[in-house]
Each structure stands twice: as C-alpha cells, then as structure tokens.
Design a protein around this ligand. Sequence first.
Ligand code: ZN
Length: 356
Amino acid sequence: MASKLKPGVQTGTDYIALVDACKAGGYALPAVNVVNTDSINAVLEAAAKAKSDIIIQLSGGGAQFYAGKGIKDAEKAKVLGGISAAEHVHRVAEAYGICAVLHTDHANRALIPWVDALIDAGEERFKATGRALFSSHMLDLSEESLEDNISECERILKRLAPIGMSLEIELGVTGGEEDGVGKDLDEIDNDKLYTQPDEVLTAYRRLSPLGHFSVAAAFGNVHGVYKPGNVKLRPEILKASQEAVSSAEGTGNHPLHFVFHGGSGSEKAKIKEAVSYGVFKMNIDTDTQFAFAERVGSYVEEHARAFKYQIDPETDKPYKKQYDPRAWLRKGEEGIIDRLIIACDDLGSTGRSLAL
Ligand SMILES: [Zn+2]
C-alpha cells in the first residue's frame, strides 16, 4: 500500500512517490493540456470525481494564451502565463482533495529560454516556500542528434534536481505536432518513430546520476486523432527498453518512467499494455479540446437566438441567463470532465488517489 500524500501540488520526493505508486500499482495518470482557468478547474474537478490524482500541463502556446494574446512580447507572455497558471493550481488544487502534478509540455530548442525562465521562477519559489513552481519540465530535442539532446537534458536536469523537480525527455519522435512542435508523419524517418533501446540506455547512464527523469518514448504514437489504421502502436518497444536497461545496469524491474504522448484516440488494449510496461503518464489534449468544443457547440445550437439578441425582437424575451459565459463555459467544462473520467478508467487511476 503506497503511503498517503497531502492533497495539492506534488514536487520532490512526494512527486517521486506518486510516480512509483503508479508503476507499482499498474496504473497511469492522465496529463491534460490546459489553456485557462476553465480547463484547469475542469481537470481538477474530474480528478476529484474520479478520486484519481492528475497531471496538469501547459505547452508554450498554452502558457502564452493563459497570460493573454494581448501581450505584445510573446516570449514574455509564455513565461508570465506559465507562472500564473502554476500559481493558480498551487492555490486551488488542495481544495479538490487530490494530488496534482504540474508539468510543461514539448519544449524544442526554440523554447528552451522559456524553460530556463520558468526554472528561474521555480528557484525563487523554492527559496521562499520550499516547493518549486512545477513538478517537472519537458524537453523535446528528439529531432537533434542524441548527443545534442542528452547534453542539453543534462544541463537542465542539473538545474532542476536541487529544487526537487524532475525532467521529461523525448527519445524518438512522436508523430504529428503538438502546438507547433513536431512534424507530419510522412516527414519523419521510419526508424525515428520507434525509440531505440540503446539510446534509452545511453540516456539512463548519463541522466540517472543527476536526478529524476522520465522518458517520452516513441512506439508509433501520434499527436492528434486520425482515421483508425493510420497509427500502429507497438508497446513492446517500451518493454524492450526496460529490459535493455535493467539487464545492462542490474537494476530492478522497470527502471524507466515512461510517458505516452498522443494518447487521444488510442485503443484501450494498447493503452493497458503500455501501462504494464512502465508508463505512468499519458498525455491527452486533442480529445479534451473536442469534448469542450462539442458541448459548447450543442449549447449554442440549442440557444441560437441568445447568441444573436440580448432581447428577442419577436418575443421581447431577455436572454441574459443563456449568454452569461458561466452557462456555456460550464457546458464545456462538463465535456472535459466526462472525457477525463473515461481516461481515468482507461488508465486504471480511478479511485487510486494517494491524497490523505
Ligand atoms: Zn506530446
């Protein structure tokens, strides 16, 4: 039985305990991309309803949107939005009674200054409160050489470890793009779509002495949702990497902490299999985006006149209650919540929250 944790944002040894509990318990947590307080609160509410712990994450574009499209300096907005969103979660997560993890998503070379600036803010917060801003950041240098990828990961992990933070790295390329980072499937060499066990071993040897890290491994997963048959998931790639590291390094079973990118639209059996090979985090964005949009769309269709007139010109009926943003934003939130309750079931995290 895993030990219990105080509800709210988890960092340092508490975050590591959460990752270990997932792997030992054979389940994984949804990691959901958010862009504003609506999506953050919906994710937290879903976790509370499912009694599951949860991962909240922001891409560079999501963080920029959080701060506002009106800020002219986009780089500055990414930093301010990232800090602001994380502080919002620190403020409210505990009240939902579950454990929350704060993460950033895909930072390629161009986004590394963003990550460094968030680490600066994390160091400041750690000094003041003993808790960093985020639980973990992600670097995605999978399109560069292995050496360039790993050496930059080393530099960042050396900054993260002293403030109780983890690093997610990417080896092999996840197809499709996530918020402007990545390439279409037909532009990627086929062998890059599947992570090579020897690359994972190199990463393990160089990063594990420095701190805690996780690996976004490519096993045919793709961002976005495509027609069935276009994506061939091969979770056995994850098993081969775990075995390569455990036999070469003499570690116990499943030394690697794997992240499943492009979880939207994946077959349930393949999700289960991937989790059984040490996946503790599955990213989901496309499906929650659609769940939000679909519910708002239905609401607008149903109340079409309220989105045209403040007072109906024929009946004199005032529509204030229908166009109040709380009415239709809530429908979108409910869409996210319902989709995530399914995700928690698929990943086996329902009812497994470690929160006291
Ligand atoms: Zn991704």
